[in-house]
Design a protein around this ligand. Structure first.
Ligand code: PRP
Ligand code: URA
Length: 209
């Protein structure tokens, strides 16, 4: 079963509460989503492998740790996942970025895939699938299906707000994928929105609607 990590760091919680406020506008929403993404990138890379390397300080030669050079890629689910990419790249500037376009049909709530463009070597990379919202879980499940079909082996899902229904569905569909979120909310409403949530993440990020 994929582990669920709720990042309870005070800075993350504070910033998440800021963007829940319906009166926060596009510019601030976008900025704070990226700030939270950077803080979450710090947490989700905690188990990155390191290796010994020799370094010469002004005083002495010593053996210390550096990253073992594992390849990673950030995979935003369009549109709203785009809001987390720059925040991740702040900490992992050399990462490749793959895109998966997906939208939910408003009546059925089923995701519809419309675009996939991945780095050619995703089978050799650790992938961070980013999307602020995990509601029914349908979009994340289908996005990860698409990645596995293309050879992906190591995947983490990173979101901001999740409904328990979405966490359960994703854990059942992809038990090998760990889930990192900033807030676990109460439930979904009849329109598939997370309660209390933060509304439509794509619309709030891009000023549509
Ligand atoms: C939102 C969100 C997720 C999805 C979550 O995207 O960004 O991708 O809904 O819902 P689910 O867990 O029930 O699948 P949306 O379909 O609104 O597309 P958009 O980002 O392009 O607006
Ligand atoms: N997608 C969103 O953007 N918000 C929700 O609450 C649910 C799905």
């Amino acid at each position: 079963m994929g582990e669920l990590h709720v990042i309870d760091h005070p800075l993350v919680q504070h910033k998440l509460t800021i963007i829940r406020n319906k009166d926060v506008g596009t510019q601030q929403f976008r900025q704070v989503v990226n700030e939270i993404a950077t803080l979450m990138a710090y947490e989700v890379t905690r188990d990155m492998p390191t290796e010994d390397t020799v370094v010469e300080t002004p005083i002495a030669k010593t053996t210390k740790k550096t990253l073992a050079g594992k390849k990673v890629a950030i995979v935003p689910i369009l549109r709203a996942g785009l809001g987390m990419v720059d925040g991740f790249l702040e900490l992992i500037p050399a990462a490749k970025v793959g895109h998966i376009g997906m939208y939910r049909d408003h009546k059925t709530l089923k995701p519809i895939e419309y675009f996939v463009k991945m780095p050619s070597d995703i089978d050799q990379r650790e992938l961070f699938v980013v999307d602020p919202m995990l509601a029914t879980g349908g979009s994340a499940i289908m996005a990860i299906d698409a990645l596995k079909k293309r050879g992906a082996k190591q995947i983490k899902f990173v979101g901001l707000v999740a409904a328990p229904e979405g966490v359960k569905a994703l854990q059942e569909a992809h038990p090998d994928v760990d889930i990192y979120i900033a807030g676990l909310d109460d439930r979904l409403n009849e329109d598939g929105y997370i309660i209390p949530g933060l509304g439509d993440a794509g619309d709030r990020l891009f000023g549509t609607k």
